[in-house]
Design a protein around this ligand. Structure first.
Ligand code: ADP
Ligand code: MG
Length: 325
């Protein structure tokens, strides 16, 4: 779109959407934004696209969608230990529905303000609904957290609880339900799917302690699998230690653990910490975390099930594990 309506729409909804930062020399309104980069830092950049019908349901609350569109990028910055600074927004809209735009930009602005990240530009086009957000952040030179840094003997941790978003997706698709879940539980799980919390502050803390980190967007086995592959190591995790929310604890342990291992969208962090730093980390950290296993020299991801039996987990999910639910 490059009609008058595009300009007034951008102006109305996006020009002053987020708080102004001192390092933005020129924001929205010219051909490019001009941004001041700090010295002794490297820029971390990541882009994600959410497409209607593929990444979100047509009937999703637009305010939640605004939140999630930015949350997924902030989660990537968190996983590298980068501090968010700026983002750009490419919006493809079927029409300029004011009610929708108002709610979408409210969700986006609210999360942006929380993290002091400024919208500095974008593009607006007409077409099937899709949202691309590119985030920018900074981390001190040579200090970013990589997937490739895990060492044999390191302890493996995850933040928050896992499996909530995956179970919510199945609930929404009406492909799964469990009588033990109340409507409050279902609402909580759906909230976790639609409004994930990027663990940006935890990422900052991890800079001091972690040898590797990744955000869990595809399920624990797949994302921890990325750390193992890049670090050329293996791991053993204890399935009884996988953190489950009080709602997910109501369903069978086997099902809950399966959601945690093989379904995505939780946006928690998985990270490794050397044994000699773990006590300091655990005493200092002010976040919900769980220690779930250890990095091993033998390649592959092994799991200890609820009954103490070991089994091999594949990257794309897990083959089986025996448990009493
Ligand atoms: P150009 O044609 O030069 O690319 P545009 O007409 O697309 O410029 O955009 C004009 C200004 O508005 C630019 O500064 C651009 O970054 C900004 N902009 C366009 N769409 C968006 C959007 N969805 N969110 C934020 N800024 C936007
Ligand atoms: Mg343009």
């Amino acid at each position: 779109m490059s009609t008058q309506s595009e300009f007034s729409l951008i102006e109305h909804f996006f020009t002053d959407l987020t708080d102004a930062r001192d390092d933005v020399i020129l924001g929205i309104g010219d051909d490019c934004a001009l941004l001041q980069c700090p010295s002794d830092h490297v820029m971390a950049v990541s882009i994600d696209t959410l497409v209607e019908g593929i990444h979100f349901f047509k009937d999703v609350d637009p305010e939640s969608l605004g939140h999630k569109s930015l949350a997924v990028g902030l989660s990537d910055l968190a996983a590298m230990g980068a501090k968010p600074t700026w983002f750009t927004l490419a919006l493809t809209l079927p029409d300029s529905n004011e009610t929708w735009l108002k709610a979408f930009s409210k969700g986006l602005a609210s999360l942006a303000k929380q993290h002091g990240i400024q919208l500095v530009g974008g593009d607006t086009t007409k077409g099937p609904l899709a949202i691309s957000i590119q985030v920018h952040g900074f981390v001190k030179t040579d200090q970013a957290l990589h997937r490739s840094g895990a060492q044999v003997g390191d302890l493996i941790y995850v933040s928050g609880s896992l499996g909530d978003a995956g179970s919510a997706l199945q609930l929404k698709l009406q492909q799964w339900s469990d009588d033990a879940l109340t409507s409050q539980d279902c609402n909580y799980l759906i909230q976790r799917l639609e409004k994930p919390t990027p663990r940006v502050e935890l990422g900052q803390v991890l800079l001091k302690f972690a040898t590797s980190a990744i955000d869990i967007s595809d399920g624990l086995s797949s994302d921890l699998g990325h750390i193992l592959k890049k670090s050329k190591v293996g791991a053993t995790i204890d399935l009884t230690k996988i953190p489950l929310s009080s709602s997910l604890q109501k369903i069978s342990k086997a099902e809950a653990v399966e959601f945690a291992l093989s379904s995505g969208d939780d946006y928690e962090l998985c990270f490794t910490i050397p044994v000699d730093k773990h006590e300091e980390f655990e005493s200092l950290v002010d976040f919900e975390y769980s220690r779930i296993g250890m990095i091993e020299a033998d390649l592959g991801l092994m799991a200890i099930g609820v009954d103490g039996q070991e089994c091999m987990i594949s990257g794309a999910g897990y083959d089986h594990f025996s448990t009493n639910s």
